[in-house]
Design a binder for this molecule. Structure first.
Ligand SMILES: *[C@@H]1O[C@H](CO)[C@@H](O)[C@H](O)[C@H]1NC(C)=O
Ligand SMILES: *[C@@H]1O[C@H](CO)[C@@H](O)[C@H](O)[C@H]1NC(C)=O
Ligand SMILES: *[C@@H]1O[C@H](CO)[C@@H](O)[C@H](O)[C@H]1NC(C)=O
Ligand SMILES: *[C@@H]1O[C@H](CO)[C@@H](O)[C@H](O)[C@H]1NC(C)=O
Ligand SMILES: *[C@@H]1O[C@H](CO)[C@@H](O)[C@H](O)[C@H]1NC(C)=O
Ligand SMILES: *[C@@H]1O[C@H](CO)[C@@H](O)[C@H](O)[C@H]1NC(C)=O
Length: 318
């Protein structure tokens, strides 16, 4: 009966199972998506909130496998937004403006293999992301792309709940990857992490990450990673750093040697003051002698000056 129905703002291609709704005025997911849809492309619309059950029509499940929601200005994803899509393999939420993501946003996506959220997360949503991704529902996730989101760290609490092969974190704000995260990565040997275009801080905080890059072969773009700090190393390839550049012992040793130098200088100062103090009588005498000598000298000068410039004496001479 409703097999040939197509939402008015969409183009439906039954042969390929594709429904495309582009650049419309829709502010919600269009109602009446056909049951035969395997790929739904909603793009360039103005959907500010993905509501609970946005893709279920009257509680019926859809067989859809691919859902592309890029460039819709989506700001919020409510809990259970994707229920009723048990076959979904690929979800693309790239190029939106997410301010909030519910911790239950991805609930029910048991078959999801690929999740794309490039250039989509505002800072508040970036904080909420790790809870949202922490759901057991995503246990089949293979590919997670989070490029261009100003992330400062890996937004995953643990890695062993997924089946992750590819984690894309290029063009973010990651300065280093900490020891704890490095050991989780070592444990998940299959994972490949892409990290190009992050502002790495090349000091000794980099140590564990530096050896992971060298040892693990888990970062396919390792050769393109560059230091952004310190100033002296800006633009320098991470791969070309030497062990001692990231050695905390080295750095600590340097700090220790400065402290030591300071102590030695302070000791010398104290000794000098002691010597002055112990010799105070002698020094007082010496100072007095100098003062006396000066005064004598000054008096002589004064006397001569007075003699030379006294007009009366000049008259007498005449
Ligand atoms: C998008 O929709 C909201 C209402 O949901 C409206 O206030 C806003 O002006 C729309 N923006 C654009 C660019 O159409
Ligand atoms: C939704 O389901 C209810 C019963 O569960 C039914 O009465 C109604 O007609 C259905 N609506 C549509 C649009 O299928
Ligand atoms: C971002 O997502 C798209 C999918 O829309 C993907 O094809 C692309 O490779 C991703 N990565 C970057 C860096 O844009
Ligand atoms: C990097 O990400 C920012 C958003 O954080 C985006 O504006 C910029 O276009 C991206 N750069 C590239 C080269 O993709
Ligand atoms: C990464 O490290 C942070 C703390 O530094 C931790 O909370 C998080 O669980 C770690 N994630 C992984 C996947 O190791
Ligand atoms: C691997 O990492 C360890 C430190 O965790 C380091 O001592 C060792 O030299 C590294 N091996 C190679 C081949 O870089």
């Amino acid at each position: 009966l409703s097999d040939d129905a197509c939402p008015s703002s969409c183009i439906c291609a039954r042969d390929s199972g594709t429904v495309t709704c582009r650049d419309g005025e829709d502010t919600e997911v269009p109602a009446g998506i056909p049951e035969w849809t395997s790929t739904l492309i909603l793009r360039g619309n103005n959907i500010s909130t993905l509501q609970r059950g946005a893709f279920t029509t009257n509680g019926t499940e859809l067989e859809m496998t691919t859902l592309s929601l890029s460039y819709n200005g989506i700001q919020a994803i409510e809990p259970y937004a994707f229920v009723g899509l048990p076959r979904l393999h690929l979800l693309d939420l790239s190029h939106n403006r997410l301010v909030s993501i519910s911790a239950r946003a991805f609930h029910g996506l048991l078959e999801l293999r690929s999740l794309y959220m490039n250039n989509s997360l505002m800072s508040t949503a970036a904080v909420q992301l790790s809870s949202a991704l922490g759901t057991q529902s995503l246990r089949n996730l293979h590919i997670l792309e989070l490029a261009g989101n100003q992330l400062k760290s890996i937004p995953l609490i643990r890695l062993d709940i997924y089946n992750l092969h590819t984690l894309v974190l290029i063009n973010n704000s990651i300065e280093t990857i900490g020891r704890e995260n490095v050991s989780s990565l070592y444990q998940q040997r299959r994972i490949r992490v892409y990290l190009y275009m992050n502002p790495f801080r090349c000091n000794c905080d980099l140590e564990a990450f530096y050896y992971w890059l060298k040892n693990s072969s888990q970062c396919p773009d390792a050769g393109r990673l560059l230091c952004s700090e310190p100033e002296a190393k800006r633009g320098f390839p991470l791969e070309k750093l030497r062990g001692e550049d990231v050695d905390c012992m080295n750095e600590n040793l340097e700090a220790v040697s400065y402290v030591f130098l300071g102590i030695v200088l302070a000791l010398i100062g104290v000794v000098f003051l002691m010597v002055l103090y112990l010799n105070r009588e002698g020094i007082k005498r010496w100072l007095n002698n100098i003062r006396e000598a000066c005064r004598d000298q000054m008096e002589v000068y004064h006397y001569r000056y007075e003699q030379d410039s006294d007009p009366r004496l000049a008259n007498v001479a005449v």
